[in-house]
Design a protein around this ligand. Structure first.
Ligand SMILES: O=C(O)CCC(=O)C(=O)O
Ligand SMILES: [Fe+2]
Length: 590
């Protein structure tokens, strides 16, 4: 392990590796302490006062993401867990370990000092209780059902004991640089030494240590679950040259298998600001677009927990596929329309579809566009594509929200109907049916398998009628000598088509991934260090800035523009229906 700062800091000047770049140094070390960070006495959250306390907590969490609570209730590292790779080290040593469920972890805690286990155990039991109480009050304030944050969502707890030794030059370094906690809720015992600072309204303010108080701050996950009704606070720790500062932070976070998403009741009427994700691991930090001076607001930003599968579903792939496929279809169909074999095929096909039902034909993608065999991949990610369209075109927010509301409803249908070149409204059903094989009845492996088997069977049933058709037409068309080869080719082509569709998806998404950007989230929050603007206001252009720096993404955006603009005039509001007729404002994002 790297040597702890505490073991060598004495009589030394600040080593270069601890000197932060000028723009992130603490600057003026004496910042005003924030007298207005609300102090909430949880002991009073009973009887008639309860509603008042709930209101105070909610208000504090919305404005600051921080409040102080008056109820008093292993791994040794230095700087951060990323010591070898980080550019600058933090002036901090840290002991970290899990503490809940206690009986699972206590045996792993340090044995010395002798009372460590006893003291920390009782503290962590209290911290857990306190966390649960606060979360219950937060649930009440957000009008979520009682116990909403209980069980899995707040199942785990980790403790970080931070030690910041006296520092030779506090103006050049930081104990912890600006960050938001990635958890649900943090309960911090900060002792009685100043050091914690909160970034609010574009300024740093000190969080004054209060006797008998714990600092409570909202983490990213609570911001996500509350759909931005609560705010995860940005904070940092500055050092001082006189005394060591030791703090204990309890991080409450969900079990690994929890699904994190905005609470359903909080997205009614509002757009859901975050997509759902699972496999939450508190240490999985997102990539930070440092050169843009941006701070990552959500742990999901550009994170790609299951790279292979997710990569294959990258929206860029979908757009690319759609364009290639629909051009192919258009060409093929135009070619075939005047062809008598085609007429025959349609005739027989018509009988077939009447016999087996429209759905069967639709579900196997053969209604009219024979070659949309990759539709399955494509449709699954339409939702993400809509997000791209939004970013790329600077669409009006209301339009985007409406489209999202209708996700797998009419909005997507229209887009897919249009993109695939089927423009009559009565064909909406057709697209609807093609969606089925891309959906699942549930999210467990079993239900996915059942859905898949069911639709595969259905598909096979439909194809079973169709293959003989192909064979017949091809036999009629080809001469005797080459007939066998032609029929083989026709059948093989479908497989090749599907394979190359998949291959295309994989190549495009690997290229996309290699750019380091990963699959973008629907709404990501990159916040510049500038004041005055709301998250919503700045997130769209900023996402674009990041994306536009990347040639691959720009290409995908151009695709999106063409695909959507060709077909979706209503998304443009008043600005017209083609890329050419976008207004100047729209164009600035292209
Ligand atoms: O030590 C402190 O005052 C704050 C610690 C902190 O923010 C953290 O561990 O995330
Ligand atoms: Fe923190």
């Amino acid at each position: 392990m790297e040597k702890l700062v505490s073991s060598w800091y004495k009589n030394k000047t600040l080593p270069e590796s601890y000197i932060f770049p000028p723009e992130t140094r603490p600057g003026d070390l004496i910042v005003p302490t924030c007298k207005t960070i609300p102090v909430i006495d949880l002991g009073k959250a009973v009887g008639q006062n309860r509603t008042l306390i709930v209101r105070q907590i909610l208000k504090a969490s919305q404005e600051y993401g921080f409040f102080q609570d008056l109820t008093k209730s292993c791994r040794l590292s230095t700087s951060s867990s990323n010591y070898t790779r980080e550019k600058v080290h933090h002036w901090r040593d840290k002991l970290g370990h899990h503490c809940h469920p206690l009986e699972d972890y206590i045996k792993l805690w340090p044995e010395k000092p002798i009372r460590y286990r006893e003291v920390v155990a009782s503290f962590s039991i209290e911290a857990k209780k306190l966390g649960s109480r606060i979360l219950e009050l937060v649930a009440e304030g957000l009008e979520l059902q009682s116990g909403y944050f209980g069980h899995k969502l707040s199942e785990s707890m980790q403790l970080s004991v931070n030690h910041y030794p006296p520092c030779p030059d506090p103006s050049l370094t930081l104990g912890l640089s600006k960050h938001c906690d990635p958890d649900l809720l943090t309960i911090l015992h900060q002792g009685d030494i100043n050091g914690l600072q909160l970034f609010n309204n574009g300024e740093w303010t000190g969080v004054e240590p209060l006797h008998n108080a714990l600092v409570v701050n909202i983490g990213n996950l609570l911001q996500i679950i509350s759909n931005n009704k609560l705010k995860s606070a940005e904070h940092r720790v500055v050092t001082n040259s006189r005394v060591a500062r030791t703090t204990a932070a309890f991080f409450i976070y969900p079990s690994d298998d929890s699904i994190i998403e905005p609470a359903k009741s909080l997205i009614r009427g509002d757009a859901s600001l975050y997509r759902a994700f699972d496999g939450f691991a508190p240490n999985r930090e997102p990539q930070i677009a440092k050169k843009h001076g941006l701070i990552v607001r959500t742990p999901t930003l550009f994170s790609n927990p299951k790279p292979s599968l997710r990569a294959a579903l990258a929206p860029g792939v979908n757009v690319g596929l759609m364009i290639v496929m629909s051009s192919l279809c258009n060409l093929t169909l135009t070619e075939m329309m005047g062809n008598t074999y085609h007429q025959k095929l349609i005739g027989v096909f018509g009988i077939f579809t009447r016999f087996t039902g429209r759905q069967v034909a639709d579900a196997q993608f053969y209604g009219e566009k024979y070659y949309l065999v990759t539709m399955l991949i494509v449709l699954k990610v339409l939702r993400l594509q809509l997000a791209y369209a939004w970013f790329a075109l600077g669409l009006r927010r209301e339009d985007m929200e409406r489209a999202l509301e209708e996700q797998y409803g009419a909005g997507v249908e229209e887009v897919s109907v249009n993109i695939s070149g089927i423009d009559r409204p009565e064909r909406v059903n057709h697209v609807n049916h093609t969606l089925y094989p891309g959906l699942s009845f549930g999210h467990t492996p079993k239900s996915v398998m059942v859905t898949l088997c069911f639709f595969r069977f259905w598909l096979g049933f439909g194809i079973g009628g169709d293959y003989p058709l192909f064979a017949t037409i091809m036999s009629e068309y080809a001469n005797k000598k080459t007939r066998g080869a032609f029929i083989a080719a026709v059948f093989a082509m479908q497989g090749f088509g599907t394979l190359s569709g998949g291959l295309f998806a994989i190549i495009l998404s690997s290229a996309f991934n290699a750019t380091g950007i990963g699959v973008p989230c629907l709404f990501t929050f990159l916040v510049p260090e500038s004041k005055g603007k709301s998250l919503e206001e700045i997130s769209v252009p900023l996402n674009l800035v990041v994306m536009m720096e990347n040639p691959m993404v720009s290409v995908i955006q151009m695709f999106t523009v063409h695909a959507i603009s060709r077909t979706q005039p209503r998304f443009f509001g008043t600005s017209g229906g083609t890329a050419d007729s976008l207004t100047v404002d729209d164009r600035k994002f292209l």
